[in-house]
Ligand binder design. Structure first.
Ligand code: HSE
Length: 442
C-alpha cells in the first residue's frame, strides 16, 4: 500500500473542511483510490484561535519550512488567498519537487502562465478543481469527460454572492444596497465583497475555464468585466416584462481563432435553465461540438463543497504518484495548445442589447432614436415606453421624463456604442443610457 503525505498551508474555512474530509473519510478514500492519504502537517500563522475542526498538536506546524523541508510531504495544499504570498509559496514548493493543490483562482488567472511553466519544467502537477465553482467538478469534466469535444461556448453563473443579490432583487424587488446588506448579514457575502460584486471573482474563474477549454493562457487585464453595483431595480422589472431574468454571466466563446471572454450583468430568457439557478448556487453550461449543451449545477463556495473539490485533486495526484504514470498528459492540460490566446476586442462583440434611454415625453423622440438606430444598422426587436412617471424620474423643465426601453436584435458593440453616443450628443436623452447585454438566440 502506498502512503502519500500531504501538507496544508492556510487553515481557514476551506482548510478546516479539507482536514475534516481527509481525516474522517480516510478509509473511504483508501478504498476508492488504493492510496493512503495522510494529512501530516498544517501551517497557519495563528494557532491561538478556535477552529471548527481542531487539530492535534503534532499536526500543527509553527513555520512554513516545517512543510517545505519535509521530504515525506509530496503534496502542498495552498489555501491562503491573495496572489503574492501563494505565488512565492508555490515556487518554493515546486523547487522542492512538491505537487500543488490550490483553490486560488486569482493566482491562476493572473499568474497561471508563470506558475504552470515553472511546474512543467519540474514535472510538477497543479490541481485546481476547487478554483472554479467550488464543489462542481467542472475542471475534471472539461479535462476528461468532455475531452472529445471542441468547446464552442462555455458560460455560467460563477459567483454565488452576486447571484444571491440578483435573486433577491428579482424575486423581492429589493434594491442593490439592501440585497447586499442582507447577503452580508446571512454570511453569504464577504465583509469586503468588492471582488465579488465588481465581477472580478467571476472573471478569474472564466479565465481559467477559457484557458482549459481553448488550450492557452490569456492576458487577464484585457478581459471585459462589469459588475452589478449599478443595477437598478427598474431594469430588473422592465426585463421581467420582456421575459428576461438578470444574471451576472461569465462567458467564453471561441471563434475565428480568437476567444471572446466577458463578464457582465446579462438578461437571459426565463426558460433558459440558468435563469432558474437561484441564491448562492453556481451553474456552468458547456456547449461542445459532439455533446451539445451540458449543464453543471451545485454549490460554488463553502467549507465542505470546496473541500470536496480540493480532496478530489489530492486523490488524483496521489494516485498518479503511486502509479507513476499519466503525469505528462496531466501537466500540460491547461495550456495544451502551448500558445497565448488572442482575446476578441470589445468593439467586436456581437450580441443583443437592452437599452434604457431616459427621455422627455415629447413628440418625435421615438422617431429620433429610431433614426439613429437605422443609421448604425441596428434592428429593433421590442420597445417599452412607460407613460406613468416612475418615482425615480423627475419632472424636468415641466416636461415629463420617462424610461424608453429598446431591445435590439443582434448588433455589434461598436455600432451600439456609436449610436448611444450620437443619441446622447443630440441631447435626446437626459440621463446616461443603461446598457445590459442579452444572451438570447434569434
Ligand atoms: N466569493 C465567491 C462567491 C466564492 O461568492 O461565489 C469563492 O470564489
Amino acid at each position: 500500500m502506498k502512503k502519500i503525505d500531504v501538507g496544508i498551508v492556510g487553515y481557514g474555512v476551506v482548510g478546516n473542511g479539507v482536514a475534516k474530509v481527509l481525516e474522517e473519510k480516510k478509509d473511504l478514500l483508501y478504498k476508492k483510490s488504493g492510496v493512503e492519504i495522510n494529512l501530516k502537517k498544517v501551517f497557519t500563522r495563528n494557532w491561538n484561535k478556535k477552529f471548527p475542526y481542531p487539530l492535534p498538536e503534532e499536526k500543527k506546524a509553527q513555520s512554513l519550512d516545517e512543510l517545505l523541508n519535509d521530504d515525506d510531504i509530496a503534496i502542498i495544499v495552498e489555501l491562503t488567498g491573495g496572489v503574492d504570498f501563494p505565488y512565492q509559496l508555490m515556487k518554493s514548493a515546486i523547487e522542492r519537487g512538491k505537487h500543488i493543490v490550490t483553490a486560488n483562482k486569482a493566482l491562476l488567472a493572473e499568474k497561471g502562465k508563470e506558475i504552470f511553466s515553472i511546474a512543467e519544467d519540474k514535472g510538477i502537477r497543479i490541481g485546481y478543481e476547487a478554483a472554479v465553482a467550488g464543489g462542481i467538478p467542472i475542471i475534471r469534466a472539461l479535462r476528461e469527460g468532455l475531452v472529445a469535444n471542441k468547446i464552442l461556448k462555455i458560460y455560467g453563473i460563477l459567483n454565488g454572492t452576486t447571484n444571491y443579490i440578483l435573486t433577491n432583487m428579482y424575486k423581492k424587488g429589493k434594491d442593490f444596497k439592501t440585497a447586499l446588506k442582507e447577503a452580508q448579514e446571512l454570511g453569504y457575502a464577504e465583509a469586503d465583497p468588492t471582488l465579488d460584486i465588481n465581477g472580478t471573482d467571476a472573471a478569474h474563474k472564466i479565465a481559467i475555464l477559457a484557458s482549459l477549454s481553448y488550450g492557452g493562457f490569456l492576458d487577464f487585464s484585457q478581459i471585459y468585466i462589469e459588475g452589478i453595483e449599478s443595477i437598478h431595480p427598474l431594469d430588473i422589472e422592465l426585463g421581467k416584462e420582456l421575459g428576461y431574468v438578470l444574471k451576472l454571466l461569465a462567458i467564453a466563446k471561441g471563434h475565428n481563432g480568437e476567444v471572446e471572454v466577458r463578464v457582465h450583468p446579462t438578461f437571459l430568457p426565463e426558460d433558459n435553465p440558468l435563469s432558474k439557478v437561484d441564491g448562492v448556487f453556481n451553474a456552468v453550461m458547456v456547449e461542445g461540438d459532439n455533446v451539445g449543451e451540458s449543464m453543471f449545477y451545485g454549490e460554488g463556495a463553502g467549507s465542505l463543497p470546496t473541500a470536496s473539490a480540493v480532496v478530489s485533486d489530492i486523490v488524483d495526484i496521489s494516485k498518479s504518484i503511486a502509479e507513476g504514470v499519466g503525469r505528462e498528459i496531466e501537466i500540460t492540460s491547461m495550456n495544451w495548445e502551448h500558445k497565448d490566446l488572442s482575446l476578441t476586442r470589445v468593439s467586436d462583440f456581437y450580441t443583443r442589447y437592452y437599452l434604457r434611454f431616459t427621455v422627455p415625453d415629447v413628440t418625435g423622440i421615438l422617431a429620433k432614436v429610431a433614426a439613429v438606430f437605422a443609421k448604425f444598422n441596428i434592428s429593433i426587436a421590442a420597445v417599452i415606453q412607460k407613460e406613468k412617471v416612475v418615482s425615480m424620474y423627475r419632472e424636468k423643465n415641466s416636461e415629463k421624463i420617462i424610461p424608453l426601453v429598446i431591445l435590439t436584435h443582434t448588433a455589434s458593440e461598436n455600432n451600439i456604442q456609436q449610436a448611444i453616443k450620437e443619441i446622447e450628443n443630440q441631447e435626446i436623452t437626459v440621463e446616461k443610457t443603461v446598457i445590459i447585454r442579452v444572451e438570447d438566440e434569434e
